[in-house]
Design a protein around this ligand. Sequence first.
Ligand code: G3H
Ligand code: 13P
Ligand code: ZN
Length: 311
Amino acid sequence: MPLVTSTEMFKKAYAGGYAIGAFNVNNMETIQGIVEAGKECNSPLILQVSAGARKYANPVYLKHLIEAAVETTGLPIVMHLDHGADFEACKSAIDDGFTSVMIDASHHAFSENIEITKKVVKYAHDRGVVVEAELGQLAGIEDAVNVKAEDACFTHPDEVCEFTEKTGCDSLAIAIGTSHGAYKFKPGQKPQLRFDILEEVGKRLPGFPIVLHGASSVPQDRVAIINQYGGKMPDAIGIPEEMLRKAASMAVCKINIDSDLRVACTAAIRKHFAEHPDHFDPRQYLGDARAAVKEIVKHKITDVLGSCDKA
Ligand code: G3H
Ligand code: 13P
Ligand code: ZN
């Protein structure tokens, strides 16, 4: 099976009340860990690539690694551009064979966001590629951009119909209180998401796939391992998995996870060196990192997203 778009995946996910995991990829071990989990769970997958990932790994390497994932697993896999900054970034990904792109023009004024998104949709749809757009702004760090919590803003349900009709986008990322990175809520702070906004958006756009960015849960056991073995991660609270289950049962069809994979990798590598200070073969510690990614992705697919056996 070649790379696919998310169209069929989202239709089934919406109807079935589950979500597809969109996992960020930067290197071979992460891709292998994710797709080994996907294969064992027989789950569809979205592998997403940020501008930072393309810069780090070289777009050609990432593309061929993802194609290798498709070839070795036979799973339905989407190759998605995460947070495309402008038309040119999306065009370059589409020309490179991505089957899905995100145009993130949410920091522009509403009318400008529509114009930019519309242009990307035209270019993408003419080539059989689907487009995720965004309304509202999340807090946190994406690439070099750090959006402070006070500058973040929730999506206005009043805008979603006009936006999706005028742009023709295929899915919509909304801001309901999730945020990027490993520090979402302060210790002692009670995590809260605006499910009322999600519900209202779902009513205004029946059947339309909604996307949740910044959805890592930041597993405390892995943070504890990192800190036990010399790390210095501040206490941090992510999105409780119970809230992600609820979102997946509503209109959310795509849940983005990056930080959890980073935390899992780092915990595994720190533990490896603490237990084997004599090791210097990267296959030994990167092998542990790959196994840790596989374990966390399996957990997400089976216990949180509900996409097991939906490939
Ligand atoms: O939303 C951003 C993703 O976590 C990607 O992060 O831009 O550091 O690759 P990155
Ligand atoms: P996290 O930082 O919560 O993993 O979010 C990742 C994301 O939204 C990628 O687009
Ligand atoms: Zn994101």
